[in-house]
Design a protein around this ligand. Structure first.
Ligand code: 9WN
Length: 447
């Protein structure tokens, strides 16, 4: 039924594949290897080229630091000039644990790799073929999780913090406005490249970029030292999506440990999972809003807004059945779907809030990758009807708009919506492949 879509998605992943052994998100706008994109690309690739899927992850770990940290961009080809800020702006080599053979950033992204290894194992038919790959990458994921729980959780709460909005994956969410209000960034002249590729109305503002760059300037002043950042940086935030992904990766690593004979790692992984789940429930769940909120650790206050990151906790089995039921209601309400003519998908920000913007990046548009995680979470809680609706509308969006980076949550006058940002996008393609190949049995009753 979706043969054309499937072959287009595979073609996008092939076209964005680089000789060095990884997939770039899209040419021009993002010409390097991005960490969490790369994980989802490996999942898409696994459906038709498992060798490339394994290579994607092996190449990603070439950027891992000696202390376990996994950076958000690996600049394999640093002659590319179509992206700002590039390797030299980040200058992560200032940290003694950074790799000497390849340039990277000094910030990370949601730690998807643990659960992606598990996805690969589930997808591939010849499981034995995967074992050496799993064995060599298991300790690398352990090192990443250990880094996060050791260096990003100063009070030992089980919740790790992010030190930059780019670490959240949801770059210009209105969540960060609340943090920008707590300190001043200087004014800079910035050689933005993104707005040469994409309409500026679909991207963060100049003022927001000044904050993004100012934080990098501070990190460089402190040579990316974790203790200095924890002690002095104005931006330390506990992000519900980041922590959910870490928690779910812990769970998946437990399953992998059993398969590859690494059982001695299980108590640690279980303890990490339990601590994160417990802390998310006791600290981040907002009873009034019906979702998990961000917490500003520097200023010790919750940031009480609903974003798509608030709802991903379902994915890692974090909420109780009762809280999950509440979240399902919120997901179906105008908060995430608008009042009329909407897709049955989760917008990235509360559509009822005055800061909502249907076209501007993470301030409203639909992102397929986040909807995929929420869909998996809904299946975990037996909310199959809503999961099926998300699958159907995700595929309908792509049929109408091709493989854009993000999408308008509302249908236009002729019943169609708009795709925004980069084109022929890799993780959009990877999600489409997975939705077609693995979830065909999910059909909604409401049509
Ligand atoms: C900064 C690559 C990345 C995604 C992020 C998305 C966007 C980068 C940017 O693109 O971020 O990391 O320059 O806008 O927000 O989630 O990983 O697709």
């Amino acid at each position: 039924m979706f043969d054309r879509l499937l072959s287009q998605a595979e073609r996008n992943l092939r076209q964005n594949w680089q000789e060095v052994g990884c997939t770039i998100p899209t040419s021009g706008l993002y010409p390097f290897q991005w960490m969490w994109d790369s994980g989802f690309c490996a999942m898409g690739l696994a459906h038709f080229d498992i060798e490339k899927a394994m290579q994607e992850i092996d190449t990603l770990f070439k950027g891992q630091w000696a202390n376990g940290f996994l950076p958000h961009i690996i600049f394999h080809d640093d002659t590319q000039t179509s992206y700002y800020p590039g390797a030299d702006v980040h200058n992560a080599m200032l940290h003694p644990a950074s790799p000497k053979h390849v340039k990277t950033t000094g910030m990370t992204q949601p730690p998807v790799v643990g659960f992606i290894l598990w996805q690969l194992y589930e997808i591939v038919e010849d499981k034995a073929q995967l074992l050496p790959f799993l064995k060599r990458n298991f300790p690398k994921v352990m090192a990443l999780h250990r880094y996060l729980y050791t260096h990003r959780d100063p009070k030992g709460e089980g919740l790790v913090y992010i030190q930059h909005n780019w670490e959240s994956g949801a770059d210009n969410s209105p969540i960060w406005d609340a943090v920008w209000h707590t300190f001043e960034a200087p004014n800079y002249t910035l050689p933005r490249r993104d707005i040469q590729h994409v309409n500026a109305a679909q991207r963060p503002t100049h003022r927001e970029y000044e904050y993004y760059i100012y934080l990098i300037e501070l990190f460089k002043e402190w040579r990316y030292d974790d203790a200095e950042i924890a002690a002095k940086s104005p931006f330390l935030v506990q992000d519900p999506m980041f922590n959910t992904i870490l928690a779910y990766s812990n769970l998946c690593m437990i399953e992998l440990a059993k398969i590859i004979g690494e059982e001695e790692a299980i108590p640690q992984l279980q303890a990490w999972y339990d601590a994160t789940k417990q802390a998310m429930n006791s600290k981040l769940f907002d009873e009034e809003l019906g979702g998990y909120v961000h917490y500003d650790l520097r200023n010790e206050c919750p940031i009480r807004m609903l974003t798509s990151s608030s709802m991903v906790a379902l994915f890692a089995g974090i909420p109780s059945a009762e809280r999950a039921q509440r979240m399902v209601e919120v997901l179906q309400s105008p908060v995430f779907r608008g009042k009329h003519n909407e897709y049955r998908l989760v917008a990235s920000f509360n559509t009822q809030d005055s800061r909502f913007d249907a076209a501007r990046y993470w301030r409203g548009p639909v992102w397929l990758v986040v909807n995929w995680m929420i869909m998996q979470g809904l299946l975990r809680y037996n909310a199959d009807e809503l999961a099926a609706q998300i699958r159907e509308d995700s595929l309908q969006l792509i049929t109408e708009n091709s493989f854009a980076e993000y999408f308008d949550p509302f249908k236009g006058e002729r019943g169609h919506t708009k795709g925004y940002g980069g084109k022929n996008f890799s993780w959009t393609s990877a999600i489409v492949i997975d939705l077609i190949k693995r979830h065909a049995q999910l059909v909604s009753k409401s049509d």
